[in-house]
Design a binder for this molecule. Structure first.
Ligand code: ATP
Ligand code: PRP
Length: 225
């Protein structure tokens, strides 16, 4: 049996259902909105597992599901050596979002990463603690800042409403996902850097060791792997 993990709620779930439907496979919840069991019609030997998008990378890596749909951001953040555990089988064309670093709009002297690095360097001497960046993307943000030689900062964990941390004075900057940019604008934050830390979209992943087993189903979907 091929276990297919799909986000259990919201637009990501609906668009995933649409993506499979347009390839002749009907996915549905078997019961009420609160029941996390699912049904698969139009494919043999495939079962649907409804999961939190954030847990799908770990379930894939552990081999508890053979296929899974989630954002590329979550796979890269949650799995240290993601390439050895999973294979990116098909980008799905929705769930587009950029992981970015943002600072208050009123920081007029901070327009790029060099400015940010020098502000971070001075920050500790003035305030007695390192500049705080709120994020849930610890691994990706640390790697990106190291690559850009920014060292004088601390990460503050924020699992939601991250853009609010600056107004709440629990962080000076944020690193979070944006798509329309509305949340950043509403919180008077501006993006730093020409390129985002990461461009993400919803993607179909396979557990690497299970690739051979899932190939016939992928071929049915019109996906080569
Ligand atoms: N505003 C957005 N527009 C497009 N994609 C987004 C947006 N916000 C988050 N995403 C993407 O959706 C995926 C799921 O995000 P997230 O983990 O925040 O989901 P969630 O709904 O909080 O799920 P859960 O709490 O069940 O883990 C991620 O890959 C993320 O990049
Ligand atoms: O650029 P925008 O279109 O405004 O979207 C960005 C927002 O969407 C996501 O939050 P989500 O709604 O998933 O809630 P969260 O704060 O709980 O992560 C993300 O964390 C941003 O806050």
């Amino acid at each position: 049996m091929i276990r297919l993990g799909v986000p259990s709620k919201g637009r990501l779930m609906e668009q995933t259902f649409d993506w499979f439907a347009s390839r002749g496979v009907a996915l549905s919840r078997s019961g009420s909105d609160r029941e996390y069991a699912g049904r698969v019609e139009g494919a043999e030997g495939v079962s649907l597992v409804l999961l939190s998008a954030g847990e799908i990378p770990r379930e894939l890596a552990a081999g508890r599901i053979e296929l899974g749909v989630t954002g590329t951001d979550l796979v890269r953040e949650k799995l240290a050596g993601w390439r050895s555990d999973v294979v990116e089988v098909a980008p799905m064309g929705f769930g587009h979002a950029d992981l970015i670093l943002a600072v208050p709009e009123c920081w007029r002297d901070c327009e790029d990463l060099d400015d940010f690095a020098s502000i971070a360097r001075d920050f500790r001497a003035v305030h007695g603690f390192r500049l705080r960046i709120a994020t849930k993307y610890h691994r990706l943000v640390r790697a990106w800042l190291a690559h850009h030689e920014v060292a004088d900062y601390q990460l503050v964990d924020s699992q939601g409403a991250t853009e609010g941390t600056v107004a709440n004075q629990t962080a000076e900057a944020v690193a979070d996902i944006t798509s329309s940019g509305e949340t950043l604008r509403a919180n008077n934050l501006k993006i730093l850097g020409e390129e985002p830390i990461l461009r993400s979209q919803a993607t179909l992943f396979a557990n690497r060791a299970a690739l051979g087993d899932v190939r016939p189903f992928l071929a049915q979907l019109g996906v080569e792997a």
